[in-house]
Structure formats: C-alpha cells, structure tokens
Design a protein around this ligand. Sequence first.
Ligand code: IPE
Ligand code: IPE
Ligand code: MG
Length: 236
Amino acid sequence: MLSQKELEPNSYPGHIAIMMDGNGRWATKRGLPRTAGHLAGMETMRRIIQYSNELGIKHLTLYAFSSENWKRPQQEVDYILSLPNKFLDTKTQNELDRNNVKISFIGDLSKFSTELLQTISNIEERTKNNNGMTVNFALNYGGKTEIINAAKKLLTDGINPDQIDQEIFENYLYTKGQPTPDLIIRTSGERRLSNFLLWQSANAELWFTDTLWPDFSKELLIKAINDFKERKTKKT
Ligand code: IPE
Ligand code: IPE
Ligand code: MG
C-alpha cells in the first residue's frame, strides 16, 4: 500500500476534479435500490474529502448532480437532492470548519428548493473565510450551459467584443477566481466528460478507474496522483 510519504508534496496536483460515477451499478450488483448506492457514495465522498485535505490538495471539485440528471426517475432525483442536507449535518459542518475547508457550489442553483438553497447558502457563508482546501460541489452543473450563460452575461454587461479574451471569459464562469483542474478522475469505467468542466478541462490530465464510486479509496486517490506525477515528469 502506498503511503503519504511516497508522495512529494511539491508535485501534487493543486486541483483535482472527480466525476463520482457508478453508484447505481454498485447498488444493483448488491440487489439494493439505486438510492442505497447514492447513500454509500456520499460516505465515500466524506472520506475522500478528508483524505484530500490530509494529502494537501488545495482544490477539490466533485461532480454530484449534472444538468442531465434531471431526466432520471423523480424519486431518484429527489433522493440525490436530499443528500446535501444529510451530508451537511451539524457534525460535518463543524468538522469542515475545524479542518479549515471552504465549501462552494457551482452550477445553476436557481431550480432548487428553498430548503436546499438555504443549506447551500448557510454552509458557503459559514466557511467563506476558511483558507485551507476549497471543495466545490457541482450541482445541476452543465458545462455547455455554463459557457452559454457566460456569453449571455458578457453581452448584458455590454463588454466590447474586442476586449473579450480568455481571462475575461473565465470571470464569467461559475469557477471564477479558481484555478482550473490539473487532474480529472472518473470512476466506474466510463470514459466521457459528460458535460463536466468543458472549458476548465482544456489542459487537465484525465484518469480513469473501473472501480465504482462507493468503492473508491485513499489508495486509488494516491495512485491517481502518482500517475499524474509520472506523466508530468515524463513531459519535462
Ligand atoms: C453517479 O452514479 C451519481 C450521479 C450521477 C448522481 P450513477 O447514479 O450515475 O451510477 P451508475 O452510473 O448508474 O452506475
Ligand atoms: C455524470 O455521470 C454525472 C455525475 C457523476 C454526477 P452520469 O452517470 O450522469 O453520466 P452519463 O449519463 O453516464 O454520461
Ligand atoms: Mg452514471
């Protein structure tokens, strides 16, 4: 098993984004309802946030619900969208605060219930001055919509087309002010971007594993980071 000592802190990916995929298949394989997979996935997410923090990752972006996921059965959608409230219980909120973790949400949040919006704004407000790791939860996130919304806002702000460059455009994305991901991990054997971070993934390394998200582990996270390091060393 790899240990933290085997990682050189200086060559860490500063920003890791994870497509947490395979919850449904994990549950089905066990004869359980898909919702059980989402619950197990939430517990894995809790552990991975903690490990990432311990490993010194500065930014972690987690794809939790895509703009396409509304097409799933209503009961499954309702269950997934009830998880942020479950996850952000008082104990977890205290823990995140104690670990100096800042939480933010990216995506089109306008469709959510008042209750979920309240949870989101409470936790963002509560952790806004933390300056350890930043965790972005991508909820109702879609890369194409993000880019279209940025274009619309540029127009309504009356920005002169000649002035628009990459830096200005990035200021209109949900991820404004944050570094782009160095490494994107997708679990469950799928090898698609599924509308995730289309702009921000331009130069990211992509890393795939067949492991289903609920079974993702610290060892696999370290393996992904070490593979990333190896690719970077080869490049230089
Ligand atoms: C990922 O797991 C979680 C969400 C998309 C919310 P899935 O629910 O996509 O699981 P599979 O891919 O069907 O196994
Ligand atoms: C992508 O997974 C979204 C999340 C991980 C939240 P999906 O399972 O929804 O994506 P597709 O349908 O396989 O492309
Ligand atoms: Mg899936």
